[in-house]
Ligand binder design. Structure first.
Ligand SMILES: *Cc1c(COP(=O)(O)O)cnc(C)c1O
Length: 367
């Protein structure tokens, strides 16, 4: 059986370290906003190359809090328009709605599935105040083009880096490529906790200070509240677990690149569109390996018969969700085609090369 993602195995090699981390937190008697969180925040900021990292409850909150903090700082207002790719995971769009702003959905680039800077430019209005590019599947958006667009129109850039921990352009990592970035440490992400967790990275001191208050009831000082805040903190235990795993993130991502390369070299089936392998200086971290085929269900069934699990990211686009019924009439032909045709192959930091070859072999048998 080739599992799509074996979370038990991924965490198994940390069993002893995690028990020690648990003991240290138990011994400290401090469970929220203590030394373990501070340490992980410093480590993750250093990893991303940013001045600040603010741990929060999850990836969705990371995005919401950041937009909300910009509003508290007077840089955004309720009702402002935020550009976002139409084919993202729904959390990117929910964050904009939850922050009281208006998501403006943009069709992606046909080859990369990432937000198209040209399409984004066409949607800019007088109310457009920010862009929320999503580094979907672990691949970086065209940040140079997005930045020049942002500069020209005075837009803030909030990276959704929930799938792209460690991805880099010319040595500079995501998290440091916009004005701020939201990360998720949901268990299945490239850096995953043993529960929910998230973070924001930024170089902006004022934003960081506001976020530290917002995540903690809007309080900057115990029992004094500057804002109508949230309770969204990354707890000590998850921070301690993440500190155990962070040192191996680069090696894990390197291994994912190797698996993707094997797929690229060994899959020969004319009916399938394989994802592009970005050239240096781009470093893709392959959170997902997503191919496109009009025969998706047949291929998935065929692979499952041979003991190979696949998944669909994502079967229903945000505009076809009941939650966004008001957007159902939007014309997004490329986004709709992507959602109808994508299939994700197994990939992880522990999948073996033999398993990757087995998957490739099986796909080559598919007619
Ligand atoms: C996982 C994910 C999120 C949300 O993260 P959670 O920690 O699950 O709230 C946001 N955006 C994208 C693109 C994601 O993949």
């Amino acid at each position: 059986m080739v599992k799509f993602l074996d979370l038990q195995q991924i965490n198994e090699s940390y069993r002893r370290q995690m028990h020690e981390a648990l003991d240290a937190v138990l011994d400290s008697g401090w469970f929220i906003m203590g030394k373990a969180l501070e340490q992980f925040e410093q480590e993750f900021a250093a990893f991303c190359g940013t001045k600040h990292c603010i741990g929060v409850g999850n990836g969705l909150d990371a995005l919401i809090l950041c937009l909300d903090a910009w509003r508290e700082l007077g840089l955004l207002e309720y009702g402002d328009e935020v550009l976002v790719p139409a084919n993202t995971y729904i959390a990117s769009i929910l964050a904009i709605s939850r922050a009281g702003m208006k998501p403006v959905l943009v069709e992606p680039d046909e080859k990369t599935f990432l937000i198209s800077p040209d399409q984004a430019a066409r949607h800019i209005s007088a109310r457009t105040k920010a862009i929320l590019p999503v580094h979907l599947y672990g691949q970086l958006c065209d940040m140079a083009a997005l930045k020049s667009l942002a500069q020209k129109h005075g837009l803030l850039i909030l990276e959704d880096a929930a799938q792209s921990h460690g991805a880099s352009w010319n040595g500079q990592r995501c998290g440091a490529l916009g004005d701020a970035a939201g990360f998720s440490f949901y268990p299945g992400k490239n850096l995953g906790a043993l529960g929910d967790a998230g973070a924001i990275t930024t170089n902006d001191d004022a934003l960081a200070t506001t976020l530290r208050a917002l995540r903690n009831y809007g309080s900057h000082k115990k029992y004094y509240n500057l804002f109508k805040g949230y309770n969204s903190r990354l707890d000590e235990l998850q921070a301690a677990f993440l500190s155990q795993k962070l040192p191996d993130l680069d090696a894990g991502n390197e291994h994912r690149r190797r698996i993707a390369q094997l797929y690229q070299q060994h899959i020969h089936n004319p009916g399938l569109n394989l994802p592009e392998m970005p050239a240096e200086p781009a470093r893709h971290v392959w959170h997902l390996y997503v191919l496109r085929t009009k025969e998706r269900q047949r291929l998935a069934d065929f692979l499952l018969e041979q003991g190979i699990q696949t998944m669909i990211h994502y079967p229903v686009s945000p505009t076809h969700q009941e939650a966004y019924h008001e957007l159902a009439k939007m014309k997004l032909p490329l986004t709709d085609a992507i959602h109808a045709e994508v299939l994700s192959l197994p990939i992880s930091n522990i999948m073996t090369e033999a398993e990757a070859l087995q998957v490739a072999e099986a796909i080559n048998q598919f007619r």
